[in-house]
Design a protein around this ligand. Structure first.
Ligand SMILES: Cc1cc2nc3c(=O)[nH]c(=O)nc-3n(C[C@H](O)[C@H](O)[C@H](O)COP(=O)(O)OP(=O)(O)OC[C@H]3O[C@@H](n4cnc5c(N)ncnc54)[C@H](O)[C@@H]3O)c2cc1C
Length: 396
């Protein structure tokens, strides 16, 4: 067993770190304050090749699974809100790649990203006002009308909702079949009948755009259902007969595979806070010595560093399980998201503590990291839902 990174991984990490240091950190506070979408940074990321379909293809082919976790940790070390603006399109892309036909992938992936000169972003729309964790309860409907689908409903909390060109929308085709009666549809903003609603003002990740997405008689061609119409009809037929399609275990594995990348984002914020707290403790004096010499500050730093290391190891292990096709026997993907998310909240809070009153004001970045951290126990499955998934894996 070898925990060291290879040459290629060291280079990748360095490249992403330089981008985060030069292009993200200097503007992080500004975008946090203005809550504007950081298009200029996304454009620079696209020009550098960091925001592209190719990055995800490269990650897909990496047998170690570490490409995305390494990139995420560095970019989110820079700023989580801007990081989400750059990597938020990964979510609809992974839905398209896992459910869509090869033709759909070829047509829509480039539309999601645009070009380096004119980058575009995409959104993944599942959550509704009455259905967050409980995705069986979706009310957005897709009704077939001749050669078209007509979609109606309201989505909430949609990352990139107000800035996306392309939307992957999960809707109910047959409400009587519950979760098994749902399908994903691909919609372009110019199709008509789709629009952003209220933009949320948030505690953290404020450079990331979060809005309602409203569908009102949104008409799209029949072939916009992901996976194609034949596959959907086949699936619905099986569900009506009560036969298994094997889709729920496939969906569970998809979550396990994607969660380590989200966990790595939280590790990036945690590491930023840890590094800052270490440096500050060496520079700040109290009672005639640097606070780093006080035992209680050392305890904070030691606990923070240990937790970050644990979260990263679990994240890398889960990413390796995914890439090597091994089973997630204990829901290790969910474990990584749970551990990294909760570590992020804890470590950023301790960083505030190490800075004392200066940790609580905007003059220093730890205040922002503390606010940014909280989302990691909420989206992409709350901590409670991760625990539920882990416990089910243990007792099944
Ligand atoms: C900034 C932001 C960005 C987001 N981006 C997207 C996006 O791009 N696309 C998208 O579709 N969604 C997105 N979401 C939605 C996010 O995934 C949901 O908020 C999340 O799934 C929780 O759903 P909820 O908010 O409805 O909470 P609820 O599901 O109502 O949960 C409330 C509380 O009850 C707990 N709970 C619920 N069910 C159980 C259970 N069975 N057992 C134990 N506890 C339970 C939860 O853990 C939580 O503590 C985003 C949310 C935010 C805040």
């Amino acid at each position: 067993m070898d925990f060291s990174l290879n040459e290629e991984q060291i280079e990748l990490k360095k490249w992403a770190h330089e981008f985060a240091e030069k292009e993200i950190r200097p503007v992080a506070a500004e975008y946090d304050e203005s809550e504007e979408f950081p298009w200029p940074v996304v454009k620079k990321a696209a020009e550098a090749g960091l925001y592209s379909v190719d990055i995800y293809m490269q990650a897909q082919q990496d047998p170690t699974g570490l490409t995305l976790p390494l990139l995420m940790e560095e970019i989110f070390w820079g700023c989580a809100g801007i990081g989400l603006a750059i990597f938020g399109t990964g979510l609809p892309l992974s839905a398209l790649a896992s459910v869509g036909t090869p033709e759909q992938l070829m047509e829509w992936a480039p539309k999601m990203f645009g070009t380096p000169q004119d980058p575009r972003v995409a959104a993944f729309c599942v959550t509704e006002p009455q259905a967050g964790s409980d995705v069986r309860n979706l009310r957005t409907k897709a009704i077939r009308d001749g050669n078209e689908w007509v979609l109606n409903g309201t989505k909430v909390f949609i990352t990139n909702g107000g800035v996306a060109d392309v939307f992957v929308v999960v809707a109910t085709v047959d409400p009587e079949l519950g979760h098994r009666g749902q399908a994903s549809f691909i919609i372009h903003k110019d199709d008509g009948g789709i629009a952003a609603g209220k933009k949320e003002k948030k505690l953290g990740i404020r450079a990331s755009n979060t809005t309602e997405v409203i569908l009102e008689d949104c008409r799209i061609p029949l072939d916009r259902v992901l996976g194609g119409i034949d596959r959907l009809e086949n699936k619905l037929e099986k569900a009506r007969k009560g036969e298994s399609t094997g889709r729920s275990s496939a969906a569970l594995r998809t979550f396990e595979v994607t969660r380590p990348a989200v966990a790595a984002q939280a590790v990036g914020i945690s590491r930023a806070a840890l590094e800052y707290a270490i440096q500050y403790s060496k520079d700040r004096e109290a009672f005639g010595v640097p606070i780093a010499q006080h035992q209680s500050i050392q305890n904070h730093l030691a606990d923070m560093a240990t937790e970050v290391e644990c979260a990263r190891l679990l994240t890398h292990k889960a990413a390796w399980l995914a890439a090597s096709g091994r089973p997630f026997e204990k829901a290790e993907g969910s474990m990584s998201k749970l551990k990294a998310g909760e570590t992020c909240v804890k470590v950023t809070e301790q960083a505030v503590q190490v800075l004392g009153g200066w940790g609580y004001v905007k003059e220093f970045p730890v205040e922002k990291w503390y606010r940014d951290s909280k989302i990691y126990t909420l989206f992409e499955g709350t901590s409670e839902i991760q625990r539920m998934v882990i416990a089910r894996a243990l007792i099944s």
